[in-house]
Design a protein around this ligand. Sequence first.
Ligand code: SAM
Length: 221
Amino acid sequence: MKVDILTLFPEMFTPLEESIIGRAKEAGKIEITVHDIRNYTLNKHKKCDDYPFGGGAGMVMTPQPIASAIEAIDPEHKAHRIFTSPKGETFKQSFVSRLISYDWIIILCGHYEGVDQRVIDLYIDEEISIGDYVLTGGELPAMVITDCLARYCDGVISTDSLSEESFSAGLLEYPQYTRPQEFKGLKVPDVLLSGNHGEVDKWRYEKSLEITKKNRPDLLK
Ligand SMILES: C[S@@+](CC[C@H](N)C(=O)[O-])C[C@H]1O[C@@H](n2cnc3c(N)ncnc32)[C@H](O)[C@@H]1O
């Protein structure tokens, strides 16, 4: 999968160089390119924002640099183009199977008060929010979406890990334990040390149900 990210703050994307995503990039399992929108502005002072028509607080990202960036990167509109926005549909695990089916996605990051609506009308296929709160920019949402999709690119993590985790079967995951068997007086549940896989599976399912009922009863509806 190929992901192109458009931002005014490319230096914010260093987390994608680390850990599992960094290794996946190096191994060519996912191609992530971060583009600086400022490189596409025709403004001699490299300005990419301006005051909102109609008044109001803050600045709005101007359409020309974004339009030029998208037209240069994807002139034939082959990529699925996403704009990160609190006004979008809320990102969920269930989005992954659809989004991963695109070979190529472009993610536009807004900043300040957002971007000129004409860019969204002309160039964007889908607006995605990562939750009901407002952040300073779309950079963290772009990383959230990219990280989540990267986990499902072939060979990035084991398929076992993907099949037994929160949301995979409509439930939250059971508690996990590792060494030591006792830590600060708290012991690992005996069943996990029993070697009885049937009992382990039963315990894990019951715990998943219990945690889901407590924290996310909406998932059980
Ligand atoms: C300060 S926000 C703009 C908020 C906008 N004025 C509003 O009220 O909807 C700046 C940018 O951050 C990004 N952003 C903020 N919160 C977000 C969220 N929950 N999900 C996705 N993107 C978000 C968007 O790209 C947005 O254009």
